[in-house]
Write a protein that binds this ligand. Structure first.
Ligand code: HAM
Length: 423
């Protein structure tokens, strides 16, 4: 039997898991301030949800989905992203009828993509994402972007920058699409097979091709910005104005099209510019997906959101050498010497825990010196020492590990006394 983790996945071991918890807590705090509420959808959905939602021509749907048939022959897929699933749930649960609009949701959970693993790219990764459904106000675009920027700031990152674009509305996109087809068609034979397939289906996606990135036609391709109608232009200008008002710096990049089909109007990515960060610098991506709710059978409802992976956020923390402010959490380590003291410590530990303290002890029969070493390694704030003599005298020794100070405390009043100072 191969005792080995699957390629592209990782174990989050206890020390590392503390950083994850710390980040997840920060994310919950920030989203709470912006008044987004948590939604939890299944890890797998009907394959159709992603094929239709994310788009048939995307890399995700064509090459990266973990799809399978269950025992009844249903086509299911481990979710490669959260938006399509959230929109499915929004429609199914008729959230469009909620009197509080827009509906502001967030999620944290594992996503699965069969990609070539490399630094910052996994086959199972955890996304934190938000979706705001039911508002076509540029202020919500700015709010969603500022939420993402705030998460990075709260996590302690300094070297992040925002890149933003707009894909315009339907009318602008139709004109741009035509211009793109005319631009690429005469020389489409020089492009990869994927691009050739995309020419008629979704020419915008050619701009996102990793294979033909350096082709000269890529650099001279018509920019969507030139095809904006007045509405699209006013909307995008307003989003940019709000970002400026919020003190968020940004770069406009008209080639930012994103790899999922549901986008229109505002799109954005947040990149790391930390020296030493890996080749993949995108930390977060998002944008508008007006029309997706209708695609799933719901009423006309605009939407905008983003997702970021915790893996890439942690990689950015490491590149910037940010030390998360994590407390070990062990208040008391009980050192028990002798059988009677060990028996007594069972009760003492339980009392400490019931009174709100974290407490642990030795379970491997080590000598006092080794037990004290353990307490030190675990960064215990206090050590309680109990031996035969202490039990006979109805006392314990309490050692403050920070100051080294040691004193006797009566067992009868132990909990009352420690409550005075061990908080
Ligand atoms: P996405 O650009 O495919 O967008 O992914 C968003 C983020 O997920 C990326 O910026 C990156 O941080 C992370 N990510 C993607 N693939 C991997 C991977 N293989 N390993 C590690 N991290 C990865 C979406 O998923 C959209 N649903 C975002 C969105 C929400 N748009 C609107 N609402």
């Amino acid at each position: 039997m191969k005792v080995q983790i699957p390629r592209g996945t990782q174990d989050i071991l206890p020390g590392q898991a503390k950083i994850w918890q710390w980040l997840e807590e920060k994310m919950r705090e920030v989203t709470n301030k912006y008044h987004f509420e948590e939604i939890r959808t299944p890890i797998f959905e009907h394959t159709e949800i992603f094929a239709r939602g994310v788009g048939d021509t995307t890399d995700i749907v064509q090459k990266e989905m973990y799809s399978f048939q269950d025992r009844s022959g249903r086509d299911l897929t481990l979710r490669p992203e959260g938006t399509a699933a959230v929109v499915r749930s929004f429609v199914e649960n008729k959230m469009y009828g909620d009197p509080n609009q827009p509906v502001k949701l967030f999620y944290i959970g594992p996503m699965f993509r069969y990609e070539r693993p490399q630094s910052g790219r996994y086959r199972q990764f955890v996304q934190f994402g938000v979706e705001a459904l039911g508002s076509q106000d540029p202020a919500i675009d700015a709010e969603v972007i500022s939420l993402a920027m705030n998460i990075y700031r709260e996590a302690g990152l300094k070297n992040v920058h925002l890149v933003i674009n707009s894909l315009g509305d339907k009318e602008s996109r139709a004109k741009h699409r035509e211009a793109l087809i005319n631009h690429f068609r005469p020389r489409i034979g020089e492009f990869c097979e994927d691009c050739q397939n995309r020419l008629e289906k979704n020419p915008l996606r050619i701009l996102d091709c990793k294979v033909d990135r350096e082709h000269e036609l890529m650099k001279t391709a018509p920019s969507i910005l030139e095809y904006f109608n007045d509405e699209s232009k006013v909307y995008f200008d307003k989003v940019c104005q709000y970002l400026t008002d919020l003190g968020i710096e940004y770069t406009i990049d008209s080639t930012l099209v994103r790899g999922l089909d549901y986008y229109n109007a505002t799109t954005f990515e947040i990149m790391s510019s930390a020296p030493g960060f890996g080749a993949i610098t995108t930390l977060c991506g998002g944008g508008r997906y007006n029309g997706l709710v209708e695609e799933f059978g719901g009423p006309e409802t605009p939407g905008i959101g983003f997702a970021l992976s915790i893996e890439r956020l942690i990689a950015a923390l490491e590149a910037e050498q940010v030390q998360p402010d994590i407390h070990n959490g062990l208040d008391f380590y009980v050192v028990a010497l002798g059988e009677r003291a060990k028996d007594y410590s069972v009760k003492l530990l339980s009392e400490l825990r019931n009174n709100g303290f974290s407490a642990d002890r030795d379970y491997t029969g080590r000598k006092m010196k080794a037990q004290l070493k353990s307490a030190d390694r675990l960064h215990a704030k206090f050590v309680v020492i109990i031996g035969e003599d202490e039990l006979d005298g109805g006392i314990v020794q309490l050692k403050n590990m920070e100051t080294g100070e040691q004193k006797e405390i009566k067992l009868a009043t132990f909990i009352e006394e420690i409550k005075q100072f061990a908080v």
